[in-house]
Design a protein around this ligand. Structure first.
Ligand SMILES: Cc1cc2nc3c(=O)[nH]c(=O)nc-3n(C[C@H](O)[C@H](O)[C@H](O)COP(=O)(O)OP(=O)(O)OC[C@H]3O[C@@H](n4cnc5c(N)ncnc54)[C@H](O)[C@@H]3O)c2cc1C
Ligand code: SF4
Length: 560
């Protein structure tokens, strides 16, 4: 049993866990954080200024570095050594995990869009999926606080898909790139808006963090703290309170209960010594990422909780949603031969296309529910292995056409809402264990006709926009079922421990507190009741801040 002195144990140091630890320590509570990955310091470990030319294969990805040779993920990726997972028959699912302090925040895309009024009440609007157990107005002050703390650049647009932030919260967005302005002009002709992307990147200095200098690749990590990651912001800030203790290489296996079924301890394996430890626990926050937290709950079986902890509803592991994804792009002739200059910007797109179809859906003009957005890929990025693309040739002639084509390709990446369906869920594989003896997850996956129709619409729209920009196509559009990316591949998996208004159809209440065990909370994407097309992490952090503040009140008032 533990000799450490703490009020709350937080599992995981990514977006949800770090925000919970930050909020609780600032409110005066002592927190112990258990993180399965190794310690990581972006200030000293980030290869920001190396060039792709210095790296093997011109910096392109390999089995250890899926997102390129210099990717910030020092441990993890599509496969994690010694930690397999399985998939059911006819199911394809890709599970991206980071095993390092800060989790996936060290290299995420940092797109950070608020969900809006209609996003929280999808079921009420079209009878599909589930509503969230609160309104947009309940969460909007928490979005304000999170955006302020995290540092989000962008602007208020007044568009119905993008709720405004109060004056002074958002930092100014970077200027659009030339190809993005061309997309914007073409989209406008078709009645489709474009807007500055909201991104967790500082364009002005804040706290100890510096502003972006627009010259390096954010997926390598950001040693100056401009791009938000918990390792350069929330974790150091929480540590500075003197109330946060972090144990890395601590793989949580299960949550333990007493004779009455109340949680009283947590078991983890020290990956370095391979020893098992059991710690006393008054309150536990699971923020190990949606499917890992569900795995811990399902693996925490006891006499009182035979289907796994907090699973009397049978909903742990069900309702998993990812975003839909498909990419479509083309060479734009009018971009050839323009002067070459540094167009890196803050790496990702400066403009994007938010969802514009709510009115059309109300008028029944579209054959699919919910929405999608397009992220724009373009510009003169630092050359890497991708520069040759599908160009043919050898030597100087190839160099010449590569130069001519450099910066002329525009890609539109669709990210759309998925609805939960009975064929998309996870369970524990009774046959397979990981290196630490912990039973692994088995995924089942199915896209429904809602997602396929949405992708079909997206492909047609992307083609129209690119044609309006001057692109020409010789091949027909791919079929939606062939073009849609695999389940999990967009890395926005959520919903495995969803929140709701009653314990029969959900795992937690609106505070992330499990209905069955009042001292166990979930503070990652598992609690999402739906998965709007907007990237999930801003909402994970906002909920973690709001729900930890509520938890703090329960602790102070002696309710927990
Ligand atoms: C390439 C990429 C691009 C992305 N782009 C975006 C984007 O633009 N916008 C967006 O909103 N989201 C994006 N995401 C998704 C985003 O990273 C995740 O939504 C977010 O990080 C989830 O936060 P989390 O706290 O739930 O989990 P994580 O950040 O994954 O953190 C979980 C932590 O828990 C630890 N852990 C897991 N299991 C255990 C265990 N048993 N015991 C102890 N510790 C454990 C892990 O090691 C990890 O450090 C992207 C992700 C990737 C990989
Ligand atoms: S582009 Fe800006 S935010 Fe991204 S890594 Fe470089 S300095 Fe950091």
């Amino acid at each position: 049993m533990s000799e450490l002195n703490y009020d709350v144990i937080v599992v995981g140091s990514g977006a949800g866990g770090a925000m919970a630890a930050y909020t609780l320590t600032k409110l005066g509570h002592k927190v112990l954080m258990l993180e399965a990955g190794r310690d990581y310091d972006p200030k000293t470990e980030t290869p920001m200024f190396n060039t792709n030319g210095d790296a093997p294969l011109m910096g392109s990805g390999n089995v250890d570095k899926d997102f390129g040779f210099y990717d910030a993920t020092v441990d993890g990726g599509w496969t994690v050594p010694d930690e397999p997972y399985t998939t059911g028959p006819d199911s394809e699912f890709l599970w991206w995990r980071a095993r390092m302090l800060g989790g996936r925040t060290n290299h995420w895309g940092r797109y950070s869009l608020r969900f809006s009024k209609h996003d929280f009440k999808g079921f009420t609007r079209d009878g599909l999926g589930a509503d969230w157990p609160f309104e947009y107005d309940d969460i909007s002050p928490w979005y304000d606080k999170t955006e302020e703390l995290v540092g989000i650049c962008g602007t208020n647009t007044g568009l119905d898909d993008m709720p405004d932030s109060p004056e002074g919260i958002l930092q100014p967005p970077p200027k659009p790139r030339i190809p993005e302005l061309l997309v914007s002009a073409a989209a406008k002709k078709l009645g489709i808006p474009t807007a500055p992307m909201h991104r967790a990147v500082l364009t002005r200095p804040k706290d100890d963090r510096q502003a972006c200098f627009y010259a390096t690749s954010c997926i390598r990590g950001c040693s100056i703290g401009a791009a938000f990651q918990t390792t350069t912001s929330l974790l150091p800030m929480a540590k500075a309170t003197g109330r946060l203790t972090i144990i890395t290489d601590a793989m949580v296996k299960a949550v333990n209960v007493d004779d009455k079924g109340k949680v009283n301890a947590i078991t983890y394996i020290d990956k370095k010594t391979k020893q098992t430890h059991k710690l006393d626990a008054k309150v536990i926050i699971l923020a190990a990422s949606a499917c890992e937290s569900a795995r811990i709950l399902l693996n925490s079986k006891s006499e009182r909780h035979p289907q796994g902890l907090a699973n009397s509803s049978g909903h742990v592991g069900k309702n998993i949603m990812d975003s839909t994804g498909v990419s479509f792009g083309a060479h734009i002739p009018s971009l050839e031969g323009r002067p070459k200059y540094n167009e890196d910007g803050h790496t990702a797109n400066h403009l994007f296309i938010p969802w514009w179809g709510h009115k059309k859906q109300e008028n029944k003009e579209l054959d699919f529910p919910r929405g999608y957005h397009f992220e724009i890929g373009s510009g003169f990025r630092a050359p890497g292995s991708w520069v040759g693309g599908d160009l043919d040739g050898y030597g100087k002639p190839l160099k010449d056409i590569a130069k001519q084509a450099y910066g002329t390709y525009v890609g539109l990446a669709l990210r759309g809402e998925m609805l939960p369906n009975a064929g998309s869920y996870m369970e524990i594989d009774e046959e397979v264990k990981d290196k630490w003896g912990i039973p692994v997850v088995k995924f089942h996956w199915k896209w429904s006709e809602h997602e396929l129709k949405q992708v079909e619409h997206g492909l047609k729209t992307a083609k129209k926009i690119l044609e309006t920009m001057g692109a020409s196509f010789t091949k027909p559009l791919p079929k939606a079922q062939d073009a849609i990316l695999k389940g999990g591949q967009i890395i926005h998996e959520v919903g495995s421990t969803r929140m709701g208004a009653n314990p029969k159809e959900s795992v937690t209440n609106q505070w992330g507190q499990t209905w069955d065990c009042d001292n166990v909370f979930v503070m990652d994407g598992g609690v999402f009741a739906s998965n709007p097309h907007k990237n999930c992490t801003l909402t994970i952090m906002t909920l973690a801040m709001r729900n930890s503040t509520w938890l703090s009140k329960q602790l102070v008032n002696g309710v927990l």
